[in-house]
Design a protein around this ligand. Sequence first.
Ligand code: MG
Length: 536
Amino acid sequence: MNGALAPAFAPDPGRICWEGPAGRITRPPYAGPFAESPPMPPVFPAHPLPRSRGVFCNRTLNFRSLRAIGYDMDYTLVDYRVEAFERQVFDFALERFRAEGWPVELLVFDPGMVARGLIIDTELGNVVKANRFGLVRRAMHGTGPMDFARQRQVYSGTLVDLAEPRWVFLNTLFSLSEGCLYAQMVDLLDQGRLPGAMGYRDLYRRVRAMVDAQHIEGRLKDRIIAQPESCVVLDPEIPLTLLDQRHAGKKLLLITNSDWTFSAAMMTYAFDPFLPAGMTWRELFDLVIVGARKPDFFTDHAPFYEVVTGDGLLRPAVGPLLPGRAYVGGSAAQVERDLGIQGDEILYVGDHMFGDVHVSKSALRWRTALVLRELEAEVAALEAFKEVEREIAQKMAEKERLEALFSEARLGLQRVRGGYGPQPGLGAGELEVRLQELRARLLPLDGEIAPLARAATELTNSRWGLLTRAGNDKSHLARQVERYADVYTSRVSNFLHATPYVYLRSPRGSLPHDPSSPGGTALAPAPEAAERDLTD
Ligand SMILES: [Mg+2]
């Protein structure tokens, strides 16, 4: 397989020079005062965390310079059992559709059917996955996966632009029931089984309105409040994380779209048992803002109402916001003004790609942290796949090498036949033999790569693959994270281990021309490869 072939054109040693000043740079080993720092025992007992629990940094963030940290509640401070929660929303919505006479008896909630970061194409009734450039890389119509040829036919001239109303981005785990319901409803619409004249867009509006109604109506909330253990995942480290931050001098804010009754019940259940005796969740926060109407909260100037009794009685808030109080509505502008903080002095932590992170970053330049619960499975899958990934990279490097030789031999044959330009050292017959030989090597190599590459695109979800990847590239979700989230992590308690004093530094951004970037076809062969081909 790896037998070397001499290049069809001999390199001109007078023109190609692999040696230069960079090759002569030598660096003596560093022998400064800290080179041999003595090991120090940890202050707290060692509590190693897997990489999947890391805080990943897009833009350098110094916690010491933060004066305030704001938190969303649902799926941020309070984590839910996704499947149980979304199945409940799905079933309630289905019940309502059934009451309206829709034939939805056979519809079922399938948590793997869609994923956060996918995009609904409301014009064509599809769910798609796009890469960072907005190119569609996978699609399904209704619940049926679209084959590659069909997908190319439908989307070859289309770029996903989330600013257009055609596209609906699945921003949060709350979107799973909506996406799953819509896909199955498209099947019913195609079968002509839905009542009234309706297109894919109208259908989306109906589904969205029904799912939203379940979140707003009391039935879902009452059930969760009555049995929080059925839906809430307790994480005792989250209250401790916030305690540390508060004692480190940060002002803490709760800013949630949920209403007072639901928020108070969830926070009491998830926080109070894990706080010091006699302390409640209310004492952690300088400000509690419920019914915040994000993302408008970040851009509009709505008035605040104060929550004056435990059961949620309201009165208009007059004057500046007061510490320790709870409010409804309002605006980020007034929070900044009354707290005397602004822009990069406040970090906002949330799980909603648009409502929490995109708008607070774009409108106010707040520092942002995205909670991406799925990251733990994503990172674990990538770790487990490392060996196969290495094998793919090796085989791809070999494929690129053979393809380069193939192109060169083909060009040589073209010039021999055309009688122009510098002529290769091989005759037409020899070049044809070489092309055949290269074809015979490439074919089985492709056969070896294909199943490995397919396995890479099916990690964590056989339909859609990893959240952050689309084919060989970053996904549209990954691009959003990169643009709007300064840091991202799987859960708030990962900040506990980082401490409130951490200085998070972003890695050096990589570019395709960096020497360490894997893949891609180099314009010139690496020196060792050229040497090997010449000497063999
Ligand atoms: Mg949330």
